[in-house]
Design a protein around this ligand. Sequence first.
Ligand code: ATP
Ligand code: MG
Length: 297
Amino acid sequence: MNMKNLLKRYRIDDGRKFRLKDIVPNDTAGLDIEKDAAKALLKGGVERMAGLQERLYARDRWSVLLIFQAMDAAGKDSTIKHVMSGINPQGCEVHSFKAPSGEELDHDFLWRTTRRLPERGRIGIFNRSYYEEVLVVRVHREILAAQKLAPELVTRNIWLQRFQDIRAFEAYLGRNGTVVRKFFLHVSKEEQRRRFLERIETPEKNWKFSMADVAERAHWKEYMAAYEEMIAATSTREAPWYVVPADNKWFTRLVVAAAVDDALDDLDLKLPPVSPRQKRELARARKALLAEKPPRR
Ligand code: ATP
Ligand code: MG
């Protein structure tokens, strides 16, 4: 199967005509594959990614930022876990962003995430991100009211301004060697209901359930409208969104793994060149090591 073509269906790099309804949460791109085949495909993707990530690290020029946004129970955590499962933990960092602290509210809205950006050679994952600033903050205006902004700064245009700021910020990151890829795991309201029920009915999953999540569910429509506008306004060639159907977990993982592979593939990840001098040093070191006497037993 051609993963590049598959990815095109879900990649938004010019949001002007984007409509959320065009991507269906239970879509599997006609891939009616068995669980085992899906697993094998994912395994291939993950292995490729592990190899590319090692080169990313050795090359030390680029960093990769992967942003995950979704409604509750869409599978952010498990997707991150599966897709990054083959990666050297030293080359990868995951950061989760919850409601901001007092210190965070004393700064501009990009401050806390900026501090967690990946170094060159690394993959950084944001489990939620500054995009919450145009999602939960937009759906719940009382959060905006608590943001310590002077009233003259909170205008009708605040969301448009935030979109502009985010676009500029991501362009800036791109120009400095950070490759940005954003994922909206698009789950249906019905599938979320099913997953919540499963959390309630399975004792080992009870800890995952929170009444607050049910309350957020009541704002589904407002969230979808906010997501649609946000994706339309912040999809660019350098920092595209992937709207990933999320009713089938195997498919979500497959698409995300393929998109990360694709992003790494686009980079020039040749291993660092070895100079003639380094070659001479290697030859000398080799000779010295070979000349060492083996230890007596
Ligand atoms: P889980 O999947 O385990 O529930 P989670 O990401 O939902 O993980 P929670 O602790 O349940 O984590 O919730 C985090 C909450 O923080 C979300 O409701 C999110 O909307 C909120 N949040 C994140 N960023 C901001 C922000 N900038 N302002 C206000 N709320 C935020
Ligand atoms: Mg939650």
